[in-house]
Every structure is written in structure tokens, then in C-alpha cells.
Design a protein around this ligand. Structure first.
Ligand code: AP5
Length: 222
């Protein structure tokens, strides 16, 4: 199964992708996580990406596309869930070309429609693990021990770009550059809208039914 999660910052793409990966064995490819690793490692890609990310702008297409397609070429387990990529029409076209060559088209693009109020509340309370990228929320999903990742024991931190002015810029960028992809995928007949305001668990249950209905999962799975 090959999925894309599409939606504004804070829609819950990363949280849902994490659950889909753990429970359905999908490989989770998150362009934002890959870029943050590159920034921390101070690699040539990271040094270029950092200036865009800290301003809440998109990293240039050629840098991100190459990075994601390299990961997509690796082992995929039961399938793949793309989180945060593609984010522009140019990225979507390049992805289509790569998947056509691999004869492995996208099965479903899930649009997590999410209210503005919910986005602000989620981003303000988000904490992520510096070591393994697991994500938490002050009230919705607190770690067992404050400041420590349940999964790997790594330190939790808030994201540089979760400041109010940078969040506003990321939302503007989403509306102008990424939201047009909804039409791109609707025209290809693969777009499916879901309620991003639901809890992670409730949305996962809904997705399980959708996947079975579309015969992307065996009847007993999920
Ligand atoms: P990226 O890391 O992809 O950020 P984003 O798209 O802005 O998305 P977020 O990670 O903020 O939100 P999310 O939808 O994953 O929500 P999450 O699950 O974390 O990108 C960062 C930057 O990298 C970009 O600005 C850009 O510069 C660059 N970049 C990345 N990809 C690029 C690309 N393709 N092209 C160019 N540049 C690129 O949830 C948020 C919080 O809410 C968490 O605390 C979580 O616990 C909580 N939460 C989530 N869902 C729920 C729920 N259902 N119920 C209750 N709480 C929830």
C-alpha cells in the first residue's frame, strides 16, 4: 500500500503516519524529519535547508525531491506512507515519474482537513524526540516522564519553527504552494478527505475501514 498524507502544519500527518507504520508495517518517510536530521548533522543539505526551514518556507524542490526519492528506493516493508512530501506540483510530478518507472503508483492520498483552532492548539503543545523523532503533546499525548522519550529515552525538545510568527508563515506557504495539490490528486481520482480534528486513534479506526473497503488491507488486518 502506498499512501500520501496531505494537510496543513499540525494536521496530524506525522502522528498518524507513526501509527500506520507501527501497526501496519508501512515505511514512514517524513521529509521534515529527514531535513531536521540533515540540519542537526550539519550536512551540506542540512546547511542549505536550515535557512528556509527556520523562516517557515519550503526547501527548494530539487534538494527535497532527490532526498525523498533516495529513501523511497530503499526497503519498503508492507508499503510506504509519505508524510510532508510532495508539497509542490513540481515535487508531485517528479514523484509520479519515479513511481511510474517502478510500476508502483500511489493508492491513496489522504487529505487531513483540520480546523485552524485545532492546528494552533496542537503546534503550541508539540514536543519531539531529538533522537528518534517520536512526537508528543503537552495535553493530548504527554510522555510518561516529562522531557524524556517513551520510545528511546532521548531528550524532548520544541521545534524551532513552532513559534507563532513562523507557524503563520508555514500556514501561508501551505495555502499557496501545497493546497493546490488537492486538485492535482482529485483529478487523478486518488484523493480522499478525512477529518483531521479526530483523535489519532479514532482516525486510525476510520482509515482501517477505508483501507479494507478499498481492498488495500486483508479483512482481518488493522
Ligand atoms: P514538516 O516537518 O513536514 O512540518 P509540517 O508539514 O509543517 O507538519 P507538522 O510536522 O508541523 O505537522 P503534522 O501534520 O505532521 O502534525 P503532527 O503529527 O506533528 O516540515 C517542516 C519544514 O521542513 C517545512 O516548513 C519546510 O521548510 C521543510 N520541508 C518539509 N518537507 C518539505 C517538502 N516536501 N518540500 C519543501 N520543504 C519541505 O502533530 C502536531 C502535534 O499535535 C503533536 O504534538 C501531536 O502529538 C498532536 N496531534 C497530532 N494529531 C493529533 C490528533 N489527531 N489528536 C490530538 N493531538 C494530535
Amino acid at each position: 500500500m502506498r499512501l500520501i498524507l496531505l494537510g496543513p502544519p499540525g494536521a496530524g500527518k506525522g502522528s498518524q503516519a507513526q501509527v500506520l507504520s507501527e501497526r501496519l508495517g508501512l515505511t514512514h518517510i517524513a521529509s521534515g524529519d529527514l531535513l531536521r536530521h540533515a540540519v542537526r548533522a550539519k550536512s551540506p543539505l542540512g546547511l542549505q535547508a536550515e535557512q528556509y526551514m527556520s523562516r517557515g518556507e519550503l526547501v527548494p524542490d530539487r534538494l527535497v525531491t532527490q532526498m525523498v526519492l533516495e529513501h523511497l528506493a530503499g526497503p519498503r516493508g508492507a508499503g510506504v506512507v509519505l508524510d510532508g512530501f510532495p508539497r509542490t506540483q513540481a515535487q508531485a510530478v517528479e514523484l509520479d515519474h519515479a513511481l511510474d518507472r517502478a510500476r508502483a503508483p500511489i493508492d491513496l492520498v489522504l487529505y487531513l482537513r483540520t480546523s485552524h483552532e485545532m492546528i494552533v492548539r496542537r503546534l503550541a503543545g508539540r514536543w519531539i524526540c531529538r533522537s528518534c523523532d517520536a512526537n508528543y503533546h503537552t495535553t493530548n499525548l504527554p510522555p510518561k516522564r516529562a522531557g524524556i522519550c517513551d520510545r528511546c529515552g532521548g531528550p524532548l525538545e520544541q521545534r524551532e519553527d513552532d513559534r507563532p510568527d513562523t507557524i503563520r508563515q508555514r500556514l501561508r506557504v501551505y495555502e499557496t504552494q501545497t493546497a493546490p495539490l488537492l486538485t492535482y490528486y482529485r483529478d487523478r481520482g486518488v484523493l480522499h478527505e478525512v477529518n483531521g480534528d479526530l483523535s489519532v486513534e479514532a482516525l486510525f479506526r476510520e482509515l482501517g475501514q477505508l483501507f479494507r473497503h478499498k481492498r488495500l488491507l486483508p479483512e482481518a488486518a488493522g
